[in-house]
Design a protein around this ligand. Sequence first.
Ligand code: UD2
Ligand code: MN
Length: 758
Amino acid sequence: MMRLMKLRRHLRGSGRVLVFVFAASIVWLLFDMAALRVSIDDVNTHILKERVLREREMRRVRATPNLKMEFKHPVQRLDPAAIRDRERPLASDVYREGSKRAVLKDKKDLKRDRFKSVAPQHKADVYNHGVIAKQDAPGKKKVPNLDFGVAVANASQVRANKVVLERDVAKESLHAVASKEKLGVNETIVLESKDLLPSKAMSHQKPNKDPNAQKEPLKPTAHLHVGNISTAVRKSGVHKVLSLDVTHAPRDPNALGQFGRGVILPSSEDEEVRKRWDEGHFNVYLSDRIPVDRAIPDTRPEVCSQAVVHDDLPSTSVIFCFVDEVWSTLLRSVHSVLNRSPPHLLKEIILVDDFSTKDYLKEPLDKYMSQFPKVRIVRLKERQGLIRARLAGAAVATGEVLTFLDSHVECNVGWLEPLLERIYLDRRKVPCPVIEVINDKDMSYMLIDNFQRGIFKWPLVFGWNALSEDYIRKHNITVSDPIRCPVMAGGLFSIDKKYFYELGTYDPGLDVWGGENMEISFKIWMCGGEIEIIPCSRVGHIFRGQNPYSFPKDRQKTVERNLARVAEVWLDEYKDLFYGHGYQHLLDKSVTDIGNLTEQIELRKKLKCKNFKWYLENVYPELDAPLVKAEGLVFNQGLRRCLAMFKDSLSFETCDLNKQSQHFSYTWLRHVRQGDLCIAPQQSLNSFSVVSCDNAKAELRWFHKSSKSTLADHFIAEFASQHMCLEAESRDDSLHLSPCDSNNSFQKWQFTHYYASV
Ligand code: UD2
Ligand code: MN
């Protein structure tokens, strides 16, 4: 009996153990299942990513026959092959698209570059980063082109996906409303014009490096390599660049546009797309359906994720200026910064509202942003334009570095540290990320070929230009090396805040939009700084065919006026090239008031900036910039003798290159001049006179070699009502004006040298 009791007690004891073991196994099993789910999710995400890339590759292959192979733009479709190519430093494949045409072999090759519209009267086709958009006739309403060409996602898949609500956005909005009071961190600052001027206290400290250091070899200092710290006095450790990306494993991998893939909406939605197009001049309807925190592919060259940067990089204030920006793109821009920037380096995000008219950009934006303590909103009381709006942002920024971004961008993984590293190495460097393309129709994220730099063509038209293979080899440039740029595109760059103020910021007299990228670029280079594109930093941007907001004054006039200010302050004697390329009319001050330039000219003197000739020789030697169109002796075909000037009278002599009296030039403003004297047509007397040159006077101008017309060799009086030409008189060596005659050899003139065929 006793024995039986003992056995039962024993069994009861071990029963407890058994129960414990049983319970533990169940808990273990649950953990296991959870882990399995997580890893399945991971695998699913991964598989989906791969599938997207594979699909893209297949579409690319399918689309290839339709691609015009002679179209050498730098945009690549994202496909595994393309990403692989980028990993090979200097692989010849990198140029498979652009090597033959985009290479800058000589000055004439500039023709092959891509230029963006600043002076629409000069270009019918506008090349925005290689994506061609037709320039619309003024006033013509742009109808979106819904032909997606080589596009993208699988339509049936997309259609199925359409039911997926942007729950994240909706949830976040609700959360935002609820949390505004709780957090109470978001502030709204209202600024007036007087607040926009650069703070006097900060201006004009001397840069801390010898300006002669400009002569440094063109091969950039090894990017992100430790050592070679030209101005760093701080001692700091280094770490591998942080590849932070909160969106790495997106919550909804099937959402539209996820992983940066493009979307084709069913044709039944064309009307909706069309209706909303003008709100942003891109596919606004589609953008609103794509998560505001979508993932995009890491398009950096492979080496970038292994690069090291310093531990104590400066912090930055990111400044977004906007006027009537589309809600979803503004939010996506902000989220991309929040999600992909190391928090300790992101001091704040400043949204400068340039007097937007849309209601959703008022209270709803305040509410939404109140959930992010780092986001501040600055409201301007009147429309200032992007230049003064940026200055308003800079004025309240507290970070050591200012980072300006357009309000329709997506910052890619690891975008920030490489920019800050350059400034850490030398505070006078102004780094820009590679600007990639977010397709305006299908919203796909498209990567850009490497080795592109920002340049300009006359009359100060910005464009992209691929470095030549020779140049890359000669300077041993690898895919991740910074690329020195004669000018920046304008929208995306970082700059040391103090340095920005030392440079006098932007010219605050520039209005609304346009030309400020030229101004800041010339200022940076000529006053001791450098502009670089950093291939390890990549930011997507929606290039639009048209500005989606209104201009307070005429758009064309605003841009022209801005450019004329830049030309007057920075171009020295080369400003004639600017005016001579279609902007002569700006010289008439009674028609165009470009405003007061005294402060800008003073600033240039105070900063002891170099001249434009230095800039051309050292920064942009490839630019064709002859100071005159033609010069030398002026030979008359009929007389077979040359024009000569004595005091202020003209005669003919046997041609003699050694005689200064026979040297004339034909200028960009179409003057025939010797020294300060110009030959001027006198239409009423059918004669000419010799007068003091005056650029503003249109009546001193002659057409010569200006077209392929039969009168190309003639001097045609520009202001005569009928074609009147300068003619040598065979009887008495005199000159007069007579009706143009293409066969009359006494009306045909030839300069010794021609430098331009315009
Ligand atoms: C490019 C630049 C842009 C600027 C411009 C020339 C890039 C990617 N973009 O044109 O930054 O340098 O050339 O000036 O390099 N905005 C205002 N107020 C205005 C007008 C514009 O806040 O009165 C904002 C606008 O909402 C946008 C930014 O300024 O966020 C740039 O304007 P844009 O996107 O129309 O210029 P974009 O990209 O055509
Ligand atoms: Mn833009």
